[in-house]
Design a protein around this ligand. Structure first.
Ligand code: NAD
Length: 420
């Protein structure tokens, strides 16, 4: 639960909305309402002060009907099984929509990474990976970074997993995780990929709506991996960033905030607070800032019935997973706000993760131009499919995005049948 709202309930409601309009067979609905496997591990870790602490870790494997389970690992104090379940289900629909040969999973450890040293984080990561054991693997379940984890976390996971393998299979295990550093088998372009996907999805929509980037303002919540890259790339389109908020505070500037300079600042200080080139504002002022495009890129359940009435924008592009509660979404849709939903807008990360996995399988290294071109083509196709489906079914973009993904899943179940 986050702020008393079950995230999994939100995910189920979204999925059912689409299942109803496309008449999804009841047995497929029932299967998709239940994650296939839920793994909980409690493991002790040696701290720098000589004491031991027990951490709880989760991996929920929602569906593998389209391929190996795929999804990020989150390190955050509020990680719990309800949240991980929802995030796992969203990965199933996201991968299906993007036409990837993956299913959906998600994992996490209930830990605040800011409170632990690098050495402690390494031991937490390695012990968690070891506890997961054979529940992950390059052809079975492939983790990636999410909130509170990064390329370094993935490299520790990969190394731990590889060390558990025999000599014969060790070198074919690079693809057990994606989002790794370049030298350890990562892909060019993976770090910026989710923010880049947010930008590509927005650009496609703006073209259709005939919006001029030079006349377009935007605000962004969260200035981590997704938020900072999203801001930089949307800024490069010519749009003006006028407000930012993260866990440290909020900023506002009508003349515009330079996303690259802010990215540098946040790298050095850990948050947007105190950035000298823009004025500080309250969280309420942040949400009330009038913009054309609002990009939530922090966390789930951030736009609620409480702050939705404050929001004054045309488009919400969901960089984060599940940033809007069902109630807030209903109110905003009624006011004519367009959503570019999470399972479409933030799918750039898993798309480039797929490229990384392919490169690992083939022992190849693709250059950045190739990754960028493939990502653009694949995301534009997904956006086009969603817009076509939205017009055909006369539904909002989220329902259409689910319908496109669900059709692929339905076809797989229809052809494969249910064992035995
Ligand atoms: P991150 O850890 O790099 O950044 C998280 C950001 O959220 C930080 O700027 C932090 O300050 C901010 N934040 C945290 N709590 C906040 C609060 N209460 N109010 C305002 N800001 C707050 O994480 P990330 O990888 O950028 O992920 C952000 C979102 O994007 C998550 O929902 C994640 O699931 C989703 N996502 C990430 C990826 C990826 O490739 N990293 C892919 C798809 C979706």
């Amino acid at each position: 639960m986050s702020q008393g709202i079950s995230l999994y309930q939100t995910a189920v409601e979204q999925f059912e909305r689409a299942a109803n309009v496309m008449n999804l067979p009841p047995y497929i609905r029932e299967i998709l309402q239940h994650p296939k496997n839920e793994i909980v591990v409690n493991f002790p870790v040696l701290l720098d002060n000589g004491n031991y602490k027990v951490f709880s870790g989760y991996r929920v494997q929602h569906s593998n009907v389209l391929g190996p389970y795929k999804g990020g690992i989150r390190f955050h104090p509020s990680v719990n099984v309800d949240e991980v379940r929802a995030l796992a289900a969203w990965m199933t629909f996201k991968c299906a929509l993007a036409d990837l040969p993956f299913g959906g999973a998600k994992g996490g450890v209930a830990v605040d990474p800011r409170m632990f040293s690098r050495a402690e984080l390494m031991r937490i990561t390695r012990r968690f990976t070891s506890a997961l054991g054979a529940n992950i693997g390059p052809d079975h379940d492939i983790p990636a970074p999410d909130v509170g984890t990064n390329a370094q976390t993935m490299v520790w996971m990969m190394d731990t997993y590889m060390n558990s393998q025999s000599n014969a299979t060790r070198q074919s295990s690079w693809g057990v995780v994606t989002g790794k550093s370049l030298v350890c088998g990562g892909s060019e372009g993976r770090e910026k990929a989710t923010g880049q996907g947010v930008q590509i999805a927005l650009e496609q929509y703006m073209k259709e709506a005939k919006m001029d980037p030079a006349q377009t303002t935007f605000s962004i919540q969260g200035f981590g991996n997704v938020g900072s890259w999203g801001a930089v790339l949307i800024g490069e389109m010519g749009c003006r960033l006028v407000a930012v908020q993260d866990h440290t505070g909020a900023l506002k500037s009508e003349k515009g905030i330079d996303p690259k300079a802010l990215m540098e600042y946040v790298k050095n200080t850990g948050g947007v607070k105190g950035y000298p080139e823009a004025g500080a504002c309250t969280n309420e002022e942040y949400w009330k800032t009038k913009v054309d495009v609002l990009v939530p890129a922090a966390f789930e359940n951030q736009i609620t019935a409480e702050n939705a009435p404050w929001i004054d924008c045309r488009i919400i592009v969901e960089g984060a997973n599940g940033p809007v509660t069902t109630e807030a979404e209903r109110a905003l849709l009624a006011r004519g706000v367009t959503f570019i939903p999470d399972i479409l807008a933030n799918s750039g990360g898993v798309i480039v993760s797929y490229y990384e996995w392919l490169q690992n399988k083939r022992s190849e290294h693709w250059d950045l131009d190739e990754v960028d071109a493939r990502l653009k083509k694949q995301l534009v196709r997904a956006v086009t499919n969603v817009r076509k489906e939205a017009k055909r079914l006369k539904v909002d973009n989220r329902t259409a995005a689910y319908a496109v993904g669900l059709r692929r899943i339905e076809a797989a179940y229809t052809e494969r049948g249910i064992f035995p």
